[in-house]
Design a protein around this ligand. Structure first.
Ligand code: C5P
Length: 214
């Protein structure tokens, strides 16, 4: 049995937590593909390069190794998220990261991947596809609470502007824009806590498994 679960959606929609819990529930490996773009963005910045330079970003993506992904604290900052969404618009960067993600999806037994283009580009063959979203104000509130709990100071207005800028950039780019796949199920978590959101996600996956006899 192979079960590929694609979880796409904007920042702070709950997709990462949902994907991690689905992976645990179904005993599947999980790849947070946002981390790849974050690592590329940080590599460019740490080498003193410009986030507008496609050639250096592509080189950083081609040379990515597991050690670049190991420092979670460095990759989960707002700076890394912003850098990620800048380099993610480059065709060369996306091409360099494609094979790795597709190989992860093609593992025997299946996998869970979360990102922006999993159901559309990376694994269009996925049996279960979810597009997880929530109102921008709700997503900004969630992210703001996470950051302030970690002692990071940011105003709510700045947080909301940050979320909206990233949504626009991710949905507006020419290469693999963030868009709901035609056969993905929309899960709007605006009025849901994480337990309710996870239950809804599991029901979507169960329906997909029944449909595919898995
Ligand atoms: O999901 P996360 O916030 O970690 O993603 C950071 C950025 O990486 C996104 O804003 C997006 O620009 C980019 N990304 C992408 N495609 C993916 C995953 C992330 O373009 N599959």
């Amino acid at each position: 049995m192979t079960l590929i679960i694609a979880v796409d959606g904007p920042a702070a929609s709950g997709k990462g937590t949902i994907a991690a819990r689905l992976a645990q529930t179904y005993g599947l490996p999980h790849l947070d593909t946002g981390l790849l773009y974050r690592a590329v963005g940080m590599k460019v910045l740490e080498a003193g390069g410009s986030l507008d330079d496609e050639a250096s970003a592509t080189q950083a993506a081609r040379g990515l190794d597991p050690a670049d992904l190991s420092d979670d604290a460095r990759l989960t900052t707002g700076e890394a998220g912003e850098a990620a969404s800048r380099v993610a618009g480059f065709v060369g960067v996306r091409a360099a990261l494609l094979e790795l993600q597709q190989a992860f999806a093609a593992q025997a037994g299946g996998a869970v991947l979360d990102g922006r283009d999993i159901g559309t580009v990376i694994a269009p063959e996925a049996q279960a596809k979810l597009f997880v979203t929530a109102a921008p104000e709700v997503r900004a509130t969630r992210r703001w609470k996470q950051l302030t709990a970690r002692g990071i100071e940011i105003s709510f207005a700045d947080m909301l502007a940050d979320i909206q800028r990233r949504d626009d950039r991710d949905a507006g780019r020419g290469s693999a824009p963030m868009v709901q796949a035609e056969d993905a199920v929309l899960l709007d978590t605006t009025d849901m806590g994480i337990e309710a959101a996870f239950d809804a996600a599991r029901r979507i996956v169960e329906a997909a498994r029944a449909k595919h006899d898995l």
